[in-house]
Design a protein around this ligand. Structure first.
Ligand SMILES: Cc1cc2nc3c(=O)[nH]c(=O)nc-3n(C[C@H](O)[C@H](O)[C@H](O)COP(=O)(O)OP(=O)(O)OC[C@H]3O[C@@H](n4cnc5c(N)ncnc54)[C@H](O)[C@@H]3O)c2cc1C
Length: 496
């Protein structure tokens, strides 16, 4: 179908909204992106403070889809680095590798626990084979993959810190994609059975922009401007007007003045719950009641600047100890040396919370003091005199929380939003899906194709319940692009 041209209004300047904006501006549309923050990038932004650069928690690019790798390489080219990943779990004063490796785990947890863990694991695997139990909750899913002992040791405490709920109250959907079980079956089968395909791990190395993950969004915004579009910063969508079957305009505010913008197509990447609340006239009762059950987990990152060369060699360190308030940390210089000034390093600590809870209510100064105290006294990573600065960054709606039964509420909201023929929803918060950046970008691209008249289904993005960090590839297939390699998009895969 021939693309018609027109004007697109895009809400939210994170990776998803910007991708749609870039694709449409390149297709000749007039594009205006409205972002409420003073910078682009959303959760995937990079903040700069006193010569240090900070992502909102470590962000790495990985994807199962070659065309998305080509997209990134075309976008950022020689700004990209290949980074080796080393992640560890810090628990009860010890470290284990993450993702878990059976041999490594058993040497760390001592002989008695090892026997119990191995027994539980085998029982769990056997009972799933003989009499498979329906996986409803996150607890069911972890126990099925790892057995009760390893679940208790390595997953329950961390998950409850991240989500602020018991694992029995959360849906098991998340686990299949995010955690690889300890099954040796695939590895053994690959070793003994000749096959045209093999499992390629996406865990060990990843692409990362030299100046921080936010460069992905910044470059997209630069390219939108170069193609004649506009990215407005500090402009919040406060009302979305409609006539019941179409969106007719959006009221945006810079905090003091409001104005209405009109367009032919509207694309929203702002949290789904927020969009429903700002519809004017009000959304229907079913959608309003559905969003009551959809909650997001919020996140404060505390960024600590240090007068020291390096603290860890890890990409991420996961901290399970419930007496430590943060759940994960990373050291940006281990991702790119250009994230810190010469001779210095920094640490980013992720404190998961809910707006209004005890952590959220602490002052920034208090949070920085807590972070330094935990690094000094609990992890023994630094001494107080090495700290040359710290600040807190608050992020609402960071993780869509998959409460048991969330799928029904999401469907209700999506069905309602489908009634507006010129509206698309994209991205992580926008679709209430636990998306990585590649998925957010993919929804942005598909939405653009939809606007251009193609028939697309955004629900297909990341819809398989399979582990995200490996993929089965033909052993005869060419490798995907990587940095330092000639990485020219192939015919037919150039997507913007
Ligand atoms: C701690 C953490 C670690 C992560 N690690 C990884 C990783 O390693 N790899 C990976 O691929 N992904 C990672 N992610 C996920 C990644 O951040 C998201 O997938 C990505 O940012 C989603 O992009 P988006 O555009 O859908 O949403 P967002 O980035 O949330 O962007 C939405 C934008 O909408 C704006 N907005 C909201 N309301 C309004 C309004 N009313 N008007 C105007 N603008 C509005 C927001 O300010 C925001 O900029 C991580 C996320 C977190 C929180």
């Amino acid at each position: 179908m021939q693309p018609r041209s027109g004007k697109a209004i895009i809400l939210g300047g994170g990776p998803a909204g910007l991708t749609t904006g870039l694709a449409l501006s390149r297709a000749g549309w007039v594009v205006e992106v409205f972002e409420k923050a003073p910078t682009v990038g959303g959760l995937a932004r990079t903040e700069v403070r006193d010569g240090f650069r900070f992502d909102i928690g470590g962000h790495r690019w990985f994807t199962k889809k070659d065309e998305l790798n080509y997209f990134l390489v075309e976008l950022l080219g020689d700004e990209l680095l290949m980074v080796d990943r080393t992640s560890r779990i810090f628990f009860d004063g010890k470290y284990v590798d993450y993702p878990l490796r059976l041999g490594n785990v058993l040497t760390r947890i001592g002989p008695a626990t090892s026997v119990r863990a191995a027994g539980d694991f085998l029982i769990s695997i056997a009972s799933q084979k003989i009499n498979p139990k329906e996986i409803a909750s996150m607890e069911d899913a972890y126990v099925a993959q790892f057995g009760q002992t390893l679940y208790e040791l390595f997953f329950r405490r961390y998950s409850e810190k991240v989500w602020g709920r018991q694992c029995s109250e959360l849906s098991g959907d998340w686990v299949a994609q995010r955690s690889r079980g300890l099954s040796l079956f695939t590895a053994v089968r690959d070793a003994i059975k000749p096959s045209d395909s093999k499992v390629e791990s996406l865990v060990e190395r990843f692409m990362y922009p030299r100046l921080g993950y936010g460069r992905i969004s910044e470059r997209m915004a630069e390219n939108i401007a170069a193609a004649g579009g506009k990215v407005h910063l500090g402009q919040q969508a406060v009302r979305v007007q409609h006539d019941g079957s179409e969106i007719t305009g959006v009221t945006v505010s810079d905090g003091s003045k409001e104005h209405i913008v009109n367009g032919d197509a509207f694309v929203s990447s702002i949290p789904m719950t927020e969009l429903i609340q700002i519809l004017d006239p009000s959304a229907d009762r079913s959608a309003l009641s559905a969003i009551q059950t959809l909650t997001y987990r919020d996140l404060i990152t505390v960024n600590v600047m240090l007068n020291r060369q390096q603290v860890t060699t890890d990409t991420w360190t996961y901290v399970h100890d419930p007496t430590v308030h943060f759940a994960r940390l990373h050291e940006p210089r281990n991702w790119s040396r250009d994230m810190v000034p010469e001779g210095k390093t920094s640490l980013v600590l992720e404190y998961f919370c809910d707006v209004g809870d005890g952590l959220w209510q602490r002052s920034d100064a208090d949070l920085c003091a807590l972070a330094v105290k935990e690094l000094v006294e609990k992890l023994h990573y630094i001494t107080p005199n090495e700290v040359i600065g710290a600040y807190a960054s608050r992020n609402r709606d960071a993780y869509p929380r998959y409460n048991l039964g969330y799928q029904g509420a999401v469907e209700t909201v999506k069905n309602y939003l489908r009634s507006f023929r010129n509206l698309s929803i994209v991205g992580r918060g926008g679709t209430f899906r636990y998306f990585n950046t590649d998925h957010a970008v993919e929804t942005g691209l598909l939405a653009a194709r939809g606007v251009l008249g193609e028939s697309v289904n955004l629900d297909d993005v990341n819809s398989k319940q399979e582990y995200l960090e490996e993929r089965r590839v033909s052993s005869r297939r060419a490798s995907p692009p990587s940095v330092g390699q000639e990485a020219t998009p192939r015919e037919g895969t150039k997507i913007c």
